[in-house]
Design a protein around this ligand. Structure first.
Ligand code: ADP
Ligand code: MG
Length: 246
């Protein structure tokens, strides 16, 4: 359902992703792990076009785009890919001057032009799903990090994306707040949400992901079923990295 072929990304002369090819099945959960600077965030950002890949092809559902230097995508091409992805960031990035409910409604109203009432009821249903309906009218600053992240997840899911991209969704949180976010993500995984998440959290990765991809130096070092990869990595670089997390 999602296919990357030969995705490369350079910032100037610095190539940070080299020839990444992967396929993600509908309903699958994939964890991206690897050392800091390995390219995890850039890869996620290339999937929703927050960064433009330098070359390669990206296919999400029926949308397919091929990148090359000096070739600019049209706005509709970009929109088509973006609408199929939802992104959750390490530091939540809620709109500070909007309530929890308004944060979740925002994209539906401004990007998809939904009538406010329809957007409100979809947003309330999503707040319900992440256990935050009781805080619908709260300002982000009055909420814990775990609560803010749960609202950010609801916001990312609002337009019914085909894939939820999470960039270190628990890294900014204390363990007990991280646990409530893991619970929400685990629930979504059980319901069949397709997800790709960059994480340093082995608990998150082994609890939720079926497949793990190890990125180091902008290359896929190893990929495999989560359990097998954590218990018996085949690559020395993977083993060394996993040892640092335990
Ligand atoms: P990770 O998320 O695995 O820690 P990143 O994708 O953030 O890795 O970074 C990979 C490499 O790309 C790093 O060397 C980083 O400095 C570089 N990089 C990321 N974003 C930019 C940018 N906007 N401009 C220049 N270099 C960048
Ligand atoms: Mg990162």
């Amino acid at each position: 359902m999602i296919e990357l072929s030969g995705i490369t990304k350079a910032f100037g002369t610095n190539t940070v992703l080299s020839d990444i090819s992967l396929k993600l099945q509908e309903g699958s959960v994939t964890a991206l792990i690897g050392p800091s600077g390995g390219g995890k965030s850039t890869l996620l950002r290339c999937i929703n076009l927050l960064e433009m890949p330098s070359s390669g092809t990206l296919k999400i559902g029926e949308a397919q785009v091929t990148f090359s230097e000096g070739r600019r995508l049209t706005r509709p091409q970009i929109q088509l890919i973006r609408q199929q992805t939802g992104m959750v960031f390490q530091n939540f990035q809620l709109f500070p001057h909007r309530t929890a409910l308004e944060n979740v409604m925002e994209g539906l109203v401004t990007v998809l032009n939904w009538p406010a009432e329809k957007a409100r009821s979809r947003a309330m249903a999503l707040l319900e799903k992440v256990g935050m309906a009781h805080k619908a009218d709260a300002w982000p600053a009055t909420l814990s990090g775990g609560q803010q992240q749960r609202i950010a997840i609801a916001r990312a899911l609002a337009p019914s994306p085909r894939v939820l991209l999470c960039d270190e969704p628990t890294s900014a949180l204390d363990p007990e707040l991280a646990a409530e976010v893991v619970d929400v993500l685990a629930q979504l995984a059980r319901e069949g949400t397709t997800m790709v998440m960059a994480t340093h959290d082995l608990r998150l990765a082994s609890q939720i992901a079926e497949t793990v991809i190890v990125l180091d130096g902008g290359q896929v070092v190893e990929t495999g079923p989560a359990r097998a990869l954590f218990d018996a990595p085949t690559q020395e670089r993977t083993a060394r990295f996993i040892a640092t997390l335990k």
